[in-house]
Design a protein around this ligand. Structure first.
Ligand SMILES: *Cc1c(COP(=O)(O)O)cnc(C)c1O
Length: 224
């Protein structure tokens, strides 16, 4: 058995069937993704548009691609025809462009609202007030080719379990608050995307429905 499939098997044994595993394949060559695919993995996550578009061309078409990085509006068109879930939406401008490109591609595109829950300043994402404004503006614009399916966030990069637990718990509480205030009768609004290689077990305890795991599957990346 190859290392990648062994890693996948180990992780699958640790997570409940109800939690989706997204294999974060950024910076990894297509061969490594093909290996994970051969081991049954279908959801993959990428954070660069060009890289994702190139891999989409090379790899089996039943792969469900998640976009998990900062998305520039001028690049939405390259992934709109095929992307399964854009996990990193944090502005109206971006939502309007996703809607526009979804109309062109004759499909509806699922999105998550990305929240800033970590202590680090550099990470993208909304706070609660911004999200509420965004949801209200979105409704005024009638962006009916965008499907808001839930929330996404990254915890502080720390060994401090108490801190990470607190941040994930906060993201879960945001999800439930938005659900009851804005998406009560919308069964699509159901996703809490949280948990990476270092913290996915904590994230699952706190209600994650979608973990995004890279290095624990593919090994360490070259930093870039
Ligand atoms: C890189 C990345 C991951 C995966 O990180 P690992 O620590 O390698 O598991 C998850 N989510 C996002 C948004 C990422 O950019």
């Amino acid at each position: 058995m190859s290392l990648i499939s062994e890693n996948l098997e180990k992780i699958r044994l640790q997570i409940p069937d109800t939690v989706r595993l997204v294999a974060v394949s950024k910076t990894m060559p297509a061969e490594n993704i093909a290996e994970a695919y051969a081991a049954g993995q279908r959801h993959f996550g990428e954070n660069k548009v060009q890289e994702l578009a190139a891999k989409y061309e090379l790899l089996p078409k039943d792969i469900q691609w998640h976009f998990i990085g900062h998305l520039q509006t001028n690049k939405v068109k390259y992934i709109a025809p095929f992307v399964q879930l854009i996990e990193s939406v944090d502005s109206l401008k971006l939502l309007i462009e996703i809607h526009r490109q979804a109309v062109k591609a004759n499909r509806k595109i699922k999105c998550l609202l990305q929240f800033h829950i970590a202590e680090e300043e550099t990470k993208f994402g909304l706070d609660k007030e911004e999200a509420i404004v965004l949801i209200e503006q979105m409704r005024q614009h009638n962006l009916d080719h965008v499907l808001i399916c839930g929330v996404m966030g990254m915890a502080t990069f720390t060994e401090d379990v108490v801190q990470v637990t607190k941040e994930f718990r906060y993201l879960s509480s945001l999800f439930f608050e938005l659900k009851s205030d804005y998406f009560k009768h919308d069964s699509l609004f159901s996703e809490i995307s949280m948990g990476m290689s270092g913290d996915y077990l904590i994230a699952i305890k706190e209600g994650s429905t979608n973990v995004r795991i890279g290095s624990n599957i593919f090994g360490l990346r070259n930093v870039r």
